[in-house]
Design a protein around this ligand. Structure first.
Ligand SMILES: Cc1cc2nc3c(=O)[nH]c(=O)nc-3n(C[C@H](O)[C@H](O)[C@H](O)COP(=O)(O)OP(=O)(O)OC[C@H]3O[C@@H](n4cnc5c(N)ncnc54)[C@H](O)[C@@H]3O)c2cc1C
Length: 308
């Protein structure tokens, strides 16, 4: 039986693994078969992770985190967790190949997924003008014309924040009115760099190597228009990856795994959670990494108490 199994291979999972491995706990990290490395595998330049003054490519940063975790003895399994049994002292983790891995403790670091528009060119141009994170990428759009898709609070917040960099921000919304709170709406309406395009959805994203424009389709009469832009921020929501724990762990009203205070402790002893899957607000690589540290230390204390 393993001391600790970590589910997820983003910054939270690998940081938890580095700490657990250096504590001699020989962690097993289940990385996913299709998208090991987490959300940063979908981006290009990361300029806000400390220690890389020249910036670093997202996939390279994740390779380094993995190498650091493996250097201290983390075993990485390239498979997907398909089911978990968390109650009791022995946690059972099933993977896609039919194996059942047993451990005394588990850390969920499964992250969260930004909702996508579902367009053919969206993934291809991710990191090349298409973004889901204004905090991460706004800086790259100085004096550019960009569009934000969405009508909720986060879309208004992103649009307003992006006016610090961009020369013009279009907010494209499917309806005639916004879902965002009145105060967030007013802030966006008052901002002279923001222009709203109502009753419109994105039919296509243009650009060979970088985004050059959008084809917008009217949700009223289906007519199409071209909108030349250099950046596209998609702000239509975010879903924590919690399907494995439904019915076993408590969730918050934001849909994240509920943890006790600043710790990573869930309602079940020996089960911890870290990173974006517990974070409705910050969702950055560095906050996820820090959260992974907390989870590894909590697990270490839990395991030490079992021994005594
Ligand atoms: C396009 C983009 C650009 C970004 N740029 C930046 C940036 O410049 N700076 C910054 O700080 N942040 C950036 N972020 C945010 C950052 O990527 C996230 O905050 C961070 O990756 C969260 O880390 P995490 O470990 O919690 O989860 P994730 O990185 O989401 O990793 C979770 C992992 O768990 C795996 N997983 C989920 N379920 C299972 C399962 N059942 N079995 C096995 N594995 C599973 C997933 O496949 C994934 O690999 C960006 C995000 C995106 C989408």
């Amino acid at each position: 039986m393993h001391q600790i199994i970590i589910i997820g291979s983003g910054p939270a999972g690998f940081t938890a693994a580095i700490y657990a491995a250096r504590a001699g706990l020989e962690p097993v990290l289940i990385a996913s078969s299709v998208e090991p490395g987490g959300e940063l595998m979908n981006t290009t330049e990361v300029e806000n992770f400390p220690g890389f003054p020249e910036g670093i490519q997202g996939p390279e940063l994740m390779e380094k985190m993995q190498a650091q975790a493996e250097r201290f003895g983390t075993k990485v399994v390239y498979d997907d967790v398909t089911a978990v049994e968390l109650a009791g002292d022995v946690k059972r983790i099933s993977t896609g190949d039919g194996s059942v891995h047993e451990a005394k403790s588990v850390i969920f670091a499964t992250g969260s997924a930004y909702r996508k528009l579902g367009l053919a060119d969206e993934e291809r141009l991710s990191g090349h003008g298409v973004s889901w994170c204004a905090t991460c990428d706004g800086f790259f759009f100085r004096e550019k014309t960009i569009a934000v898709i969405g009508g909720g609070d986060s879309a208004m917040e992103e649009a307003t924040f992006l006016t610090r960099f961009a020369s013009k921000v279009y907010v494209v919304h499917r309806r005639e009115e916004l879902k965002a709170s009145k105060i967030m709406q007013q802030r966006a309406f008052d901002n002279e760099k923001i222009e709203f395009i109502w009753n419109s959805e994105v039919a296509a994203i243009q650009g060979e190597t970088e985004v050059t424009g959008l084809t917008l389709r009217s949700t009223v009469d289906g007519t199409e228009q071209e909108l030349p832009i250099e950046g596209l921020f998609i702000a239509i929501g975010n879903d924590p990856r919690v399907h494995l724990v439904h019915g076993q762990l408590e969730l918050t009203e934001d849909g994240t795994i509920a943890v006790e205070g600043r710790s990573s402790k869930t309602g079940i002893p020996g089960v911890f959670a870290a990173g974006d899957v517990i974070d409705p607000s910050y969702r950055q690589a560095i906050t996820a990494a820090a959260s992974g540290t907390v989870a590894a230390l909590d697990a270490e204390h839990y395991l030490a108490a079992l021994e005594s």
